[in-house]
Design a protein. Sequence first.
Length: 471
Amino acid sequence: MSVLHVTAECYPAAKVGGLADVVGAVPKYLSGADVIMPKYGTAWFRNQTTETIFKNTFWFPGQTIEFSIQTLTSTDLGFTLFVVDIPSKFDRDGVYSDANGFFADDDERWLCFQRAVLIWLSSSNLPYTVLHVHDHHTGLIPFMIKYSYDYSNLQSLKTVLTIHNLAYQGAFGWDRQYLLAAFDNWKSGLLDWDHHINPLASAIRCADWVTTVSPSYLEELKEDAGGLEWLFNSEQHKCSGILNGIDTTIWDRATDKYLAKPQTTSLDQFKLDNKIELCKQLNVKPSNCIVSFIGRMVEQKGADVLAYAAHQILQTQSDVNIVILGTGDPYLEDQFKILKEQYPGLTGITLAYDESLAHQIYAGSDFLIMPSRHEPCGLNQLYSMRYGTIPIVHNTGGLIDSVKDYKTSGGTGIKLKELSVKSVIDGIKEAAAIYKDSKLFNQLRENCIAEDFSWEASSKKYQYIYESLND
């Protein structure tokens, strides 16, 4: 079995969210799996040496697109990473946006990338039997393989779609139909949803199999899918939910290169050493219970609710530190800036993307809060448990599947039954109380690290899908 993952992100080459972590890990556990992604103009790519293995052009409305397929010659990723170099579309300092904001030509960018990949595949004698596409950025590939004339020799390829986040569907108007390679117009209905070309909806219809990144998320999408509920119910015969794993070679308490104090003795000593280091970096009290948030400051992640709850908690409790790492909505960033100014010594607020600090926060925190409105899978709770940090989560999506309420046998975290300022406040107060109960607190830590969220089991489920499609 030979699989090519087609993606917008892949750790460590380009990371905005969990998509990168998943695509950067799964191929390591699957024999014969490679990855292809755009070559961005970011620092990581500028520091790489590449070898060009294919060049071609294609006509795009009003212009001729030149592109090349390259391999990286100096990385040790555990799999082969191909990159598509399209300077006119991707040579920018960002994946979806840069310092000036979001890119206005995303429909063109992602179609150029997908068409370049398919031209390379159709022009080369490559061994792939499955194309595994991820999210809407690659969602038109299943349709084009089946119905675009230029790629008719690829029709035997099987396609798998993984939905990491349905909130983004990539829809654009039918007046942009000319961006696609010529196709059988009788099949245009497979592109349409709500009078738009919808790449994600098309992929759900046209892919041979569809997966979501947790079983509970799939069930939720049958009830609430941004208008695609009927589609998930009608296509459920070819859908499955596979809980994400984590790359345990990266997330290892004993070898993590980002940690000030990797684990050499007990878990308690590991947590204490890294908590002291974290408090030193952020200038907060090491004796307090540390509750942290890592992620995008957007409503989907519940950052708005957390901001209001944190203000109220810090007004009444001096035994809790709130640590925040992330960027996002400027208004929400301002709320956390105010928090930092009003409560020095009790808050550690970093408005940035900082991989090193993220690892230190996972290791040095007592609790990690995820008040997400929707969470397809969530990886932060998996990282936190791996490092003995107890998650506080809203009971939704993959958080349902991965966190066991601390009141149950083998419990690993605190579950919020609803998402409101009051429930978040109650959850943080509950955490502070658990922190003072050393027996319960230490037991929950031990339960967390005992959980196995490696990719070993999940990757076998993907392998089974690939093999089933080719039987």
